[in-house]
Design a protein around this ligand. Structure first.
Ligand SMILES: CC(C)(COP(=O)(O)OP(=O)(O)OC[C@H]1O[C@@H](n2cnc3c(N)ncnc32)[C@H](O)[C@@H]1OP(=O)(O)O)[C@@H](O)C(=O)NCCC(=O)NCCS
Length: 403
């Protein structure tokens, strides 16, 4: 069975296509919700799969600016991918991935990026696990810092309007140097980050705090209180949904604030980078109760353009023999030298699938790790380590939100 896949033409089609994933979330695609969602996901970037004219699946792609090592690159942020349960395992996803990646390629976006609901879905389409996300739960009694902290900033709870002017100033400074972070438009801030459904929803209101010094914002956090009492003693939680600060003292001050909030027995956060400063700030990092899972998945849609877009630590040449069954225009031998990737007839140093290039692209994993994991082949001794020196980055990729 082949399914016809085309971009949505109007809000009604958009709602039906989003409803494919909505089924699994138990979400109704009300007009109000779809109108809000379409402020960030342009209607024509939502593909719908049809059978006999009826929509049976949907896949969207946000037009993002993604920070990669040393550069900012237009990137398709793949989202709301779903097949109606009535049509599962009949090729709907495959047809949607085909149409979507062809569209991304035609638009000239060299990368596609996503969070996977399951780690078995996207490798076949050329995506590679590219970062890790750390979930932490810090017990209040083990939240002391290793070193005394000199406070210089002022903390202030703000409302959403003020957050809308202050938070982006911090985000923009941090995201420019942090691979994995995304540019955010005003609509993104307003309708995705700061939005609260009327009545506050089930989870309790978002609390918004800003850290300022000399009247300038240096950090902010968004969190919720989850109150609970057990035998008269508070067993509640402060759930941090986003805490972003400039490097050094501002980040430390922000976390000190969050860790010190009274009545919280623990402080939790779920999308931290592998190298988060809490490891070094806390006196007892072992007590963080850390769980690490896959984070971003990256696909090089145009291998030449993507490899040429990022910066490198060294100019050592690496020659790759790339296979790419799903996007065959990428397959072949590529030579990366002086920051430029070009097709070559030289003999390759490493043989790999395009998904492996996605895994190393942001600096979250190394060629040596993939070699040890049996995912790439070394055709010249020491080639993986030499490629690692070229691809080395100073910080782990971090994407503080699931989109
Ligand atoms: C995941 C989902 C979109 C798959 O859609 P589908 O239309 O059933 O997938 P297809 O029939 O096109 O399958 C394409 C290939 O992926 C494989 N596949 C699909 N879903 C898979 C899964 N969950 N785990 C492992 N493999 C999967 C199929 O076996 C098939 O393999 P093949 O090409 O080797 O034959 C669908 O199950 C779904 O909507 N799930 C719930 C929502 C969700 O998880 N969406 C992803 C959000 S990131």
């Amino acid at each position: 069975m082949s399914f016809k896949v085309a971009p949505c033409a109007n809000l009604e089609e958009f709602g039906q296509a989003v409803f494919a994933i909505g089924q699994y979330f138990g979400m109704e695609p009300t007009e109000e919700r779809m109108e809000r969602f379409s402020r960030n996901l342009p209607i024509e970037r939502m593909h719908a799969a049809r059978e006999d004219g009826a929509i049976v699946g949907g896949a969207g792609a946000f037009p993002f600016e993604l920070t990669v090592p040393g550069a900012i690159v237009p990137t398709a942020g793949v989202t709301v991918v779903g097949t109606f349960p009535t049509h599962r395992r009949r090729g709907v996803l495959r047809a949607m991935m085909r149409a979507q990646l062809d569209d991304v390629h035609a638009r000239g976006e060299p990368l596609a990026l996503l969070w996977a609901s399951e780690d078995t879905i996207y490798g076949r389409f050329g995506y590679g696990m590219a970062s890790v996300a750390a979930e932490v739960s810090v017990p209040k009694e083990h939240s002391a810092f290793a070193r005394p902290l000199e406070r210089e900033g002022k903390l202030r709870l703000v409302d959403a309007d003020e957050a809308l002017t202050l938070f982006p100033r911090v985000w923009d400074r941090v995201r420019r140097t942090t691979p994995g972070m995304l540019g955010r438009t005003r609509n993104w801030w307003e309708y995705r980050i700061l939005f609260e459904p009327p009545g506050g929803g089930e989870e309790g209101p978002k609390r918004l705090v800003v850290l300022e010094r000399n009247g300038r914002p240096e950090g902010y956090a968004i969190y919720r209180h989850r109150m609970k009492w057990e035998e008269g003693v508070s067993a509640g939680e402060v759930q941090v949904s986003e805490a972003v600060g400039l490097d050094g003292r501002p980040t430390a001050e922000l976390w000190r604030y969050l860790l010190d909030i009274d009545w919280a027995a623990k402080i939790t956060a779920s999308l931290l980078p592998a190298d988060h400063p809490l490891w070094w700030l806390l006196a007892t990092p072992r007590r963080m109760r850390l769980r690490i899972g896959d984070g971003l998945w990256v696909r090089l849609v145009d291998v030449g353009a993507a490899l040429s877009a990022r910066a490198y630590a060294g100019d050592g040449a690496v020659v790759f023999d790339v296979s790419d069954d799903f996007c065959p225009w990428n397959a072949g031998t590529w030579r990366l030298a002086n920051g430029r990737a070009r097709r070559t007839t030289s003999s390759p140093h490493l043989r790999l699938d395009v998904s492996a290039l996605g895994s190393v692209y942001l600096g979250g994993f190394t060629f040596s790790q993939l070699l040890r994991g049996g995912r790439i082949e070394e055709l010249r001794r020491g080639a993986a380590a030499r490629a690692d020196a070229t691809f080395a980055t100073v910080r782990a990729p971090w994407c503080p939100e699931i989109f």
